[in-house]
Structure formats: structure tokens, C-alpha cells
Design a protein around this ligand. Structure first.
Ligand code: FPP
Length: 238
């Protein structure tokens, strides 16, 4: 969700105003994703590197997050949206952690969509944490090195619990992955929008989804070797 700072600067306002507008965009996009039947939406709301921003900006982001968790409770429950968080959550302020835990518990039965907030998150950090835990298990004799394979890493990575990434959208006119969902996004379709995040609207999400529908996802194979893909199967019978 890139571009909040620039959005504010363009208006001569302090950066936290951009984050406030960004939080409003979050609400709109979550609603639209739910309406469109998206099963899992993961939002990069705060990176592990964002702690290095000035205190006033970090504090503003934490209060917006807290406000979001309080304000959206009812809507998440009513719409059967399960909220979860990934990242080094122990670094978050206690009240944010408590609210996240409470809301995650309450909304857990929500089966229509999973909304994951990536907070104090970094894709490399997530992998390092998993590798370290595995190394400890190997050292303790509970895991054999040959048991470590892609399926096991998948099973251990919190970001992959909702599945591999199908579509990765980045706003703000930058074309970088910036340490987001590195493992799960191995075969993600990438979509870059030049809009600043606060200006990203429902129609922009729909445009990204429409673009996704046109993509031919080969996962390293050639088209003819994919019998499971309906278009390919149909073409084969024509
Ligand atoms: C990156 O834009 C955005 C962030 C670091 C924060 C994203 C946070 C929100 C959208 C609001 C709070 C979140 C929730 C879930 C309520 P930037 O500040 O790096 O923008 P810039 O590149 O223009 O400086």
C-alpha cells in the first residue's frame, strides 16, 4: 500500500494525514474484495523496516491501526471475515497486540474471507524465523535435515497458511516487491498501479482482477502439459 506519504506531501500535509487517508482506502478495498469473493487478502500495513521512521509517524500508524481494529470489529463479524496478523508481532505496542489477539479469536470462524495484516513484517525475516526454528528442531533431534522440503516450509510459514499468492498488487508507481511475501509470491502475478494508495479505489481493484484473469499461469510448465487448466482442456477437444 505505497504512496501515503507522497499523497500527503502533494497536499502540503504531514505524512500521517496520508496514512489516515490510506486507512480509509483500506476499508473500501477490504469491502470490495469481500464483495468480489476474494478468499484471502493480505495487506502490507507495516514493515519491519518501517520502525526506522520518525516516532511521530510510527505512533500515528499504530493509532490508526488500533482505531481500525476497534471500528471494523462489527463489519468483520457481520461479513464473516477472519482477521489475522503476521510478522514480528511482539514488537507492536501491547494494546495493539491485545486487540489483534482478541479480534483474531472472535473472527476466527469467519469463512468468507481471511484478511491478514502484515505488521512488523518482512519476507526475509519470516523465512529466517522459520529456518531458525527448524535448525533448533534438527539440533534437538526432532527433525531430520532430509525432512526439510518445500511442503514443510509452506506448512511452517504463517504467510502461506492462506495459500500461495495469486496476485500481488503494488501501488505508488514503484515496481518492487520490497520484502513482501517472498516465498508465497514465487509464482504470483505482479500488478503495479501508478496510483498512490489513498487514491486506490474499488474500480482499481477490479481492474487489477480483470488483468489477472487475462494471465496465463504456467508455473514453469508449457501450456500443453497442463490438463487441469480449463481453457487448455477445452482447446484440446476443439
Ligand atoms: C507506505 O506508504 C505505507 C505504509 C508504510 C503504511 C500503510 C498503512 C496504511 C494504509 C494505514 C493503516 C493500516 C491499516 C490496516 C488500517 P509510504 O508512507 O511509504 O508512502 P511514500 O512512498 O509516498 O512515502
Amino acid at each position: 500500500m505505497d504512496g501515503n506519504g507522497r499523497w500527503a506531501q502533494l497536499r502540503g500535509e504531514p505524512r500521517p494525514e496520508g496514512h489516515r487517508a490510506g486507512a480509509a482506502a483500506v476499508r473500501k478495498i477490504v469491502r470490495e474484495a469481500r464483495r468480489r469473493g476474494i478468499q484471502a487478502l493480505t495487506l502490507f500495513a507495516f514493515s519491519e523496516q518501517n520502525w526506522q521512521r520518525p516516532d511521530f509517524e510510527v505512533n500515528a500508524l499504530m493509532s490508526l491501526l488500533l482505531q481500525f481494529l476497534v471500528d471494523e470489529r462489527k463489519e468483520l463479524l457481520e461479513n464473516q471475515i477472519a482477521l489475522r496478523a503476521i510478522g514480528r508481532l511482539e514488537r507492536l505496542p501491547r494494546e495493539v497486540r491485545e486487540k489483534l489477539d482478541e479480534l483474531a479469536r472472535e473472527t476466527a470462524p469467519g469463512a468468507r474471507m481471511t484478511l491478514t495484516l502484515a505488521l512488523s513484517y518482512g519476507g526475509r525475516e519470516e523465512l529466517v524465523d522459520v529456518f531458525r526454528a527448524m535448525a533448533e528442531e534438527v539440533a534437538a533431534g526432532r527433525l531430520a535435515p532430509e525432512e526439510i522440503d518445500e511442503a514443510l516450509v509452506d506448512a511452517r510459514l504463517p504467510s502461506v497458511a492462506v495459500g500461495q499468492v495469486d496476485l500481488l498488487i503494488r501501488t505508488g508507481a514503484e515496481q518492487r516487491i520490497s520484502n513482501f511475501l517472498l516465498w508465497g509470491a514465487a509464482y504470483a502475478e505482479l500488478y503495479f498501479s501508478s496510483k498512490l494508495w489513498p487514491d486506490f479505489e474499488e474500480g482499481d481493484l477490479v481492474a487489477a482482477l480483470d488483468h489477472y484473469k487475462t494471465r496465463d499461469r504456467r508455473f514453469g510448465r508449457v501450456a500443453d502439459s497442463r490438463p487441469m487448466k480449463t481453457e487448455v482442456a477445452k482447446r484440446g477437444t476443439e
